[in-house]
Ligand binder design. Structure first.
Ligand code: ADP
Length: 739
């Protein structure tokens, strides 16, 4: 057997570990020389490693050691082999960690917890009892990965710097020992081999036996996830691959959906990967995609020899991708990866292909089970999360299943619906005090039972609080088209109906409000054009036209004001303002309207200035004063009172505030209308207000403007006696004054 002499002053050169000359202590050097001799002895590898493990005990304190390597002599293929130190430890090794070390390319020294302690530790509930430590070293030599050496010890200081130095120096010697076990003479690198082009291959008897065991396990009842996990685990174990994935194939979209993976570093699959949902990717780019499209297996022995091929990660050298097909269609693709070139050969290809063939039928079953499960989960989610109340009733009207919205919309306790609940009797009874027309709902239920194949629809009106519900009832059928009952879908249409009402009110008010002034403008201008009038009459007519046009312009202004407020476009231009002067300007403007009324102004003395938008406050006051005049058609006093107040409403912001009140002796507002007058387009409907005319916009604009200043507005009113509208404005602070 040819032995390559290994120099003792070593330079470790690989893609992964930076070339660092290792200068060893005399003690380490002597031991290394002894270890090298043991490793190069003319004995089987297992015996040589036994010697090594024993020798290592002179230098290191460790509980046990393991060498995982890939023997080239096991041709064709490179099955993985493992060698353990003579005295093992009771805790099993972690193969996943071994794969990580192989892929990572670095020596890793970290705490090691027995499996039961790992759980406690992660929960943070209990500190580990055992302070064990782990050292994993990938064996790179001559640009190749030969294996992974792992050691465990009771205490972390057992692998100190000098111990690690010794192990680093030992690695090339171990590589050489593995290589010496048998270097394949005709190891040709075949970049991509299609399965069909391989020579006929027969599995070994023991492989057939393994396959038989696996097939019987695969055929046991499995969920998709269990099945794929088994399949990937066996494939990794049997081939010694460091990493692998299984993806399902979506032929319609031309995509692969990764289902499970093992062994990759976390940056390829983030640790919370499963919560991110299934990763989909096009089948145009990867080797797995090629397998999905062609239905043929591919074997890449060494990607660095293949110019046009890029694998998902730069340190993957070999890849094996095998389809799992049934009924002529590729269902899934299994991919195995390794950082070792020629990690997979024909043996692995044949074995994994045979395994995938046996997995096809179980996968087909698992997929159809999964599909049924998914679609019922989807439907269940839709059912539970829809805002529409849904209830499945049997023929007798008993609720079989209802979603949370069902009881919420009817305002029922969900527990009543969960128990025996017969819609035709129990629903009417439960809602009796709220049903506007109980008979209507009973009739609806009876009609449904009389004509079970008909689709029905009805609107149910509830009171306290007022609510309008739309009920759609459709017959349900089983797979044999037999009627099984009904599905009730109930939606709350209160808001939609309200919006409809507002819309039609808007159209009728605006058209009425526009038409009235327009008719008089047209009438008077026609008159003026038709003949000559006395100057005094002429002046009177033109004044009317002017007044009506002003009214029209006010209406347009209000409508624009509403839409600007809606869009949040109204911004305040605040200044320190003395209300006295502002009110003086306003009363001049209003004087023209005051033929039957007396306007009284009472301003407290002294009156601190306010910090407000001048024009907006003028608009607020103008709206309230014109309303006071409009809604006291018999005339009387209209009083404007301004004073500072400490008596603020309960939810009012703190600080110094002025309170402004507008009092009239007019028609007043009934208690039912009091809360609604602030709504847009809401007008109290009675003979008085119908005659007076208006848009129902003024107060809603006024309130929005007061609130923009941080203030509040409210009203007290007695029908036939009069109303007092009051609002607050912020007193200017010292800071506001300094600007
Ligand atoms: P408009 O006056 O254009 O109808 P508003 O929004 O200003 O619209 O007022 C809404 C409703 O509130 C009015 O239609 C009226 O019925 C009632 N209202 C407002 N101010 C008074 C008041 N001072 N006295 C009696 N009713 C009033």
């Amino acid at each position: 057997m040819h032995r390559e002499p290994i120099p003792l002053a070593i330079t470790v050169s690989s893609n992964y570990i930076a070339p660092t000359p290792v200068s060893l202590s005399t003690e380490n050097l002597a031991l290394l020389a002894e270890a090298t001799r043991a490793l190069l002895a003319d004995r089987p590898l297992a015996a040589r490693l036994d010697d090594l493990f024993r020798l290592m005990r002179n230098r290191l304190t460790y509980t046990d050691a393991r060498l995982t390597c890939w023997l080239q002599s096991a041709q064709p293929g490179t099955m993985r082999q493992q060698f353990h130190s003579p005295d093992g430890w009771m805790y099993p090794w972690d193969d996943g960690l071994t794969r990580q070390i192989a892929l990572g390319g670095q020596i890793v020294h970290q705490p090691w917890l027995p499996p039961s302690q790992t759980d406690h530790h992660e929960n943070g509930s209990q500190a580990p009892v055992l302070q064990a430590t782990y050292l994993g070293a990938p064996i790179w030599w001559g640009g190749r990965l030969w294996g992974v050496l792992e050691l465990r010890a009771m205490h972390s200081e057992d692998f100190d710097h000098s111990a690690q130095e010794f192990i680093t120096a030992l690695l090339p010697q171990i590589a050489s020992a593995i290589a010496a076990e048998g270097i394949s003479q005709n190891q040709q690198i075949v970049p991509v081999t299609k399965k069909d082009e391989l020579a006929p291959w027969h599995l070994h008897e023991h492989e057939e036996q393994i396959l038989a065991v696996l097939s019987s396990e695969l055929e046991g009842p499995q969920t998709l996830h269990q099945l794929l996990t088994l399949l990937l685990r066996w494939s990794l174990d049997a081939t010694g691959a460091e990493a692998g994935t299984i993806s399902l194939v979506d032929h319609e979209r031309g995509e692969l959906i990764t289902q499970i993976y093992e062994g990759y570093p976390s940056d390829r699959f983030p640790s919370d990967w499963s919560s991110l949902g299934r990763q989909r990717r096009s089948w145009d780019t990867s080797l797995a995609g090629r397998v999905a499209r062609s239905g043929r297996a591919f074997l890449v022995r060494d990607v660095s020899k293949e110019a046009n091929l890029r694998l998902a990660m730069s340190n993957i050298r070999a890849e094996l991708a095998v389809p799992i097909s049934a009924n002529g269609q590729v269902l899934a693709v299994l991919v195995l990866d390794s950082p070792r070139s020629a990690a997979f050969g024909d043996a692995e290809l044949q074995f994994v292909s045979a395994l995938c063939e046996r997995a096809a039928q179980p996968l087909l079953w698992a997929l159809s089970y999964q599909e049924a499960l998914e679609s019922s989960t989807h439907l269940g989610q839709v059912f539970a999360s829809l805002p529409t109340g849904l209830a499945l009733l049997d023929i007798s009207g008993r609720v079989l299943r209802a979603n949370p919205s069902w009881s919420a919309i009817w305002g029922l306790d969900p527990h009543i619906v969960e128990a025996e609940f017969h819609v035709p009797f129990d629903l009417v009874e439960a809602l009796l005090s709220r049903l506007h027309d109980p008979f209507r709902l009973t009739e609806f239920c009876v009609e449904g039972q009389r004509a079970p194949t008909e689709v029905q629809m009805a609107t149910v009106r509830l009171i306290n609080p007022a609510q309008e519900l739309q009920v759609l009832s459709v017959p349900t059928r089983d797979s044999l088209e037999q009627i099984t009952g009904r599905l009730w879908a109930v939606s709350d249409v209160t808001r939609e109906r309200e919006v409809d009402r507002l819309k039609s009110e808007f159209v009728s008010i605006v058209s009425h409000e526009l038409r009235t002034p327009l008719t008089s403008i047209l009438g008077y201008t026609e008159l003026l054009l038709a003949r000559d009038f006395e100057p005094a009459d002429q002046r009177q007519f033109i004044k009317t036209v002017y007044d009506q046009a002003t009214h029209l312009s006010q209406l347009v202004e209000d409508l624009l004001g509403v839409s600007r407020l809606d869009a949040g476009k109204v911004k305040l231009n605040r200044w320190v303002v003395a209300l006295r002067q502002l009110i003086a300007e306003l009363t001049n403007q209003l004087n023209a309207q005051l033929d039957r009324h007396r306007l009284l102004i009472r301003l407290a003395e002294p009156l601190p200035p306010v910090y407000v938008d001048r024009d907006k406050v003028k608009q607020i006051l103008f709206n309230l004063l014109t309303n006071a005049i409009k809604y006291s058609p018999q005339g009387g006093e209209v009083e404007l009172i301004v004073q500072e107040t400490r008596l603020l409403p309960a939810d009012h912001p703190p600080g110094r505030w002025l309170i402004v009140s507008v009092r009239d002796q007019g028609i007043g507002i009934s208690p039912e209308d009091l809360s609604r007058i602030w709504e847009r387009f809401y007008r109290v409907d009675n003979t008085n207000t119908r005659r007076i005319g208006g848009t129902g916009l003024g107060l809603s604009i006024t309130r929005a403007l007061v609130e923009l200043h941080g203030g509040r507005i409210w009203v007290d009113s007695v029908v036939e006696k009069g109303s007092i509208f009051s609002f607050t404005l912020p007193v200017a602070t010292e800071l506001d004054r300094r600007g």
